[in-house]
Every structure is written in C-alpha cells, then in structure tokens.
Design a protein around this ligand. Structure first.
Ligand code: IDC
Length: 445
C-alpha cells in the first residue's frame, strides 16, 4: 500500500472511530444532566457522577474517586483521591432499555459494573450490573440537601467581641453552631462544599477546619495540607458559613515548639483571607503536657500580631492549657488584645460540672469563651454516646450564648463521628446516614 493510501485508510478508520464515539458518548452540551447519584440495577453502592469537562465524568463513592487500575474484565476498581487522570474519567452511554452505562476513558471497551459484591471494571455489555438508574436526590425539607447557611456571614458580616459576647456587624449577639472536620489529612473528603452545605441544611452556620500540625499533618506536607485547608475554607465560605482555621496542636503538646512555622502559616493564610469576614483563627487547638498558660501567652503574643497585621478585624481564638480546659487560668491573666476569645473543649463522657464551673469563673472575670470542639463521646473520641450529659452541656452553652463546633464530620468508626461508616456527604446527608451522635447534634444546630 502506498503511503498516501495508507494515510487515507488510517484517517477513515479514525473518522469511523470518532463517529462511533460520538454515537455512543453523550454530547457535551447535554452532559451535565448526568451529574448526580446512580445505582446499578444489581444494587450495591451508590455512585455519584460529577461532570468534569465535555462529556467526561468523575465518579465517586463516599467522596473517593473510582480509579481504574488493571484493564481486565472483573478487575476491582480502586478508590483514590482525585488526580484528574484518564483512569478516573468516564463517559455516559444511554441504554436502549433505559438507564445509562459508564464507559472508562482508559479503555472504551470497558464499563463500570457495580454489584453487592463491589465495584468492578468489566467488558462492556448490556447486563444489569452495568446499567445505572439515577436515584432521587436526598430529601430537602427536613434537612439533608445541600444548601447555603441562612444565618451566616451574608446576614451577620464581620464579627467582634463585646464584653464576653460574640456579636455581629450590627452589635447583636450571635451564636455559631456547626461541625468540626476530623483531621484534614485523613478525612479531607468530608470538608467539601457539598458536605459542609449538607450541615447548613440542618441549620449549621459554622464549620471548623482542623489542620493537624503533627500526625502526618501540616508539618509533614506543608503544600498539600495548605491546599486542603484552603479548599475547606473556600467551601465553607461558598456556603455562607463562618469558618475556623484551626492550627491543631495535639500530640505535639506545646505550641511554642512550632512557633516559627505557626507565624509563617498564619502570615500566609491571613493574607489570603484578609477581606473575608467568614474566617476566625484558632491559633492552638489544645496545649497539653507541661504547657503552662504563660507558654500559651508568649506564643499568642507572637502569633496574634502577625494575623492582625493582615486582617485587623478578625476574631482570634486562643486554646488553653490541659487540652483547652484551663479557661480560668487565661481569665486570671488575660491577653491585652481585643476581639479575642478563649477556647474551652469538653467531651460529654469525661468532663462534667467541674469544667462548667471553670467556664462560669472565666465569664465572671470578663473572659469570652468559644467551644471550638466538643464531643458526645468520652475524651478518646469513642465510648458512649453520652446524650444526657451532652444535653446538660448544650443547655449551659445556650444559656450563656456560647458558640460551638462538634467533633467531628466524618464516617470514621468511632462514636464521636457524626456519620455512619461509608456515608457520602457530597450530595447531602440523609438522616439514615447520621450516627447516633450525628442525630443528636444535627437536631441542635
Ligand atoms: C481524635 C480522633 C481520633 C484520632 C485521635 C488522634 O477522634 O480518631 O485517632 O484524635 O489524632 C481532642 C482532639 C481531637 C481528638 C478528640 C478525641 O482535639 O483531635 O480526636 N479530642 O480524642 N481533644 C479531646 C478529645
């Protein structure tokens, strides 16, 4: 065959292939209608489709992206983080008998197959496990859908502290309620705009982005964790929520041990969010071990001016010794800055009246308090849930108009987690996906 005929034949083949793809794949303009939750006719996990670009979809299960590994019929699909790879993209093929199939962009002869046994890649065929039907979006009325907060930053604007009370831009008392993330290094997928908007539909107007410093957090991956943190903050802002940027000191006990890193981090992040009234800064989650209030004070006096230099109006939350319980020590020797609140944390199965007394003492001395983290469990994050004790705490907080965030918005198998294992919060949170703790907390936003 001559070179010219060969090229002509080749372009004919390519043209036919292109036509075939055009026939099977859904045209780009109509493609967005395939975004949403799908289930195969063989049952199994729900798969959420999101348009990536021009007819190509990303599929997720529980917030993780379905990824093709080996191209072999029956190969198990991996659930990975989203990297915009071909192996993570799918086109949609309409089935003549109704429903659709998802065809892999890694190889168009293979389709997604979901049964009760799992998620697989299979040779393309019209079998029930490869035919998907759209499932109804999660119920809107009683909460569960994805919405913006109705009582958030657009309504209240810049916050400040008047006496011991958090107030809004008009000087009216404001109380923020919402969820804290779990560690963003582990459960960053529950800090998406969908997941945060799902808490808003139950009435939350606050989200706390917990960025661990240790335990494979920020100090091990500054670029990656900064990106995750900003994604979470942006998501909360897009949902009209207030959002706490939490420098999550924990196993690393004394915030002074990373004071330089903290200053650099807060300098960068407060420059980014300088004009954003939604953001509050929590400069040290839980000082513990031998950390004294004097240590925390020294640290706060170094870090607060860095934030104030970029964002003079932002409210700053300061953790207290003994895992943020010694608010009485802070009240006895307060910081001299304005718009500061001291942090108290409690776990309903561990901390009782003695800690409420510390809060009362602090308030009586004029120290403003913010509960940036509490759990229905015991202090390990597990055990319980202790709903009776938690209810006593929440009445106390309501009486004093104290704002709070609950630990934690994730599906980890521990009692403090608000979601049942395997829940996918991206497209809303139905009441059947809430754990015992989640049911208790979401009813009280
Ligand atoms: C817990 C998590 C748990 C994790 C552990 C260590 O629930 O899954 O293994 O941290 O990283 C805190 C901390 C908070 C803890 C929580 C429960 O701020 O990070 O989360 N807790 O132990 N203070 C008191 C309790």
């Amino acid at each position: 065959m001559s070179f010219r005929r060969c090229t002509a034949r080749l372009s004919a083949i390519l043209l036919t292939a292109a036509l075939l793809t055009a026939l099977t794949a859904v045209p780009a303009a109509a493609a967005a209608k395939y975004s949403g939750a799908f289930q195969s006719k063989s049952g199994g996990a729900k798969v959420t489709a999101k348009l990536y670009r021009s007819g190509k979809y990303r599929l997720t299960v529980s917030g993780k992206t379905l990824t093709v590994g080996k191209i072999r019929s029956g190969a198990k699909l991996k659930k990975a983080s989203w990297k915009k790879k071909k192996s993570q993209l799918w086109t949609v093929k309409k089935r003549s008998g109704g429903g659709v199939s998802f065809i892999s962009c890694a190889n168009k002869n293979y389709a997604l197959s979901v049964t009760k046994k799992g998620l697989f890649l299979k040779k393309k065929r019209a079998e029930a496990s490869q035919v998907f039907k759209k499932v109804a979006a999660k119920k809107a009325a009683a909460g569960g859908a994805v919405t913006n907060a109705k009582d958030g930053a657009a309504q209240h604007g810049w916050l400040s502290v008047k006496g011991t009370q958090l107030v809004d831009a008009s000087g009216r008392p404001v109380v923020l309620h919402g969820m804290s993330s779990h560690g963003l290094q582990w459960f960053g997928n529950f800090a998406s705009s969908g997941a945060i908007g799902a808490t808003a539909s139950y009435g939350a107007n606050l989200f706390r982005a917990a960025m661990y410093t240790a335990e494979n957090g920020y100090l091990s991956d500054k670029t990656g964790m900064y990106a995750r943190l900003c994604a979470a903050v942006d998501a909360a802002v897009s949902r009209n929520m207030y959002v706490i940027i939490d420098w999550h000191i924990l196993s690393d006990t004394n915030p002074r041990s990373h004071q330089g890193e903290a200053k650099a981090f807060f300098k960068k992040v407060s420059a980014r969010y300088a004009g954003t009234p939604n953001v509050l800064y929590e400069i040290c989650n839980e000082p513990n071990g031998g950390t004294s209030w004097k240590d925390v004070k020294t640290y706060a006096e170094a870090v607060i001016p860095v934030i104030r230099n970029n964002s003079p109006r932002s409210v700053i939350l300061v953790g207290t010794p003994t895992w943020s319980q010694d608010v009485d020590l802070a009240a006895a020797d307060p910081l001299s800055f304005g718009n500061i609140m001291y942090v108290c944390h409690f776990y309903a199965g561990t901390h009782f009246a003695f800690l409420r007394e510390k809060v009362s003492t602090a308030l009586s001395k004029g120290a403003p308090i913010f509960v940036t983290e509490w759990g229905t469990s015991d202090a390990s994050g597990n055990g319980g849930v202790f709903t009776k004790e938690a209810a006593t705490w929440l009445s106390f907080l309501a009486e004093h108009k104290i704002s709070w965030a609950n630990w934690s918005l994730c599906d980890k198998s521990e009692s403090s987690a608000a979601l049942k294992p395997g829940a996918n919060a991206d497209d809303g949170i139905s009441s059947s996906e809430l754990s015992a703790s989640g049911k208790f907390v979401f009813a009280r936003f």
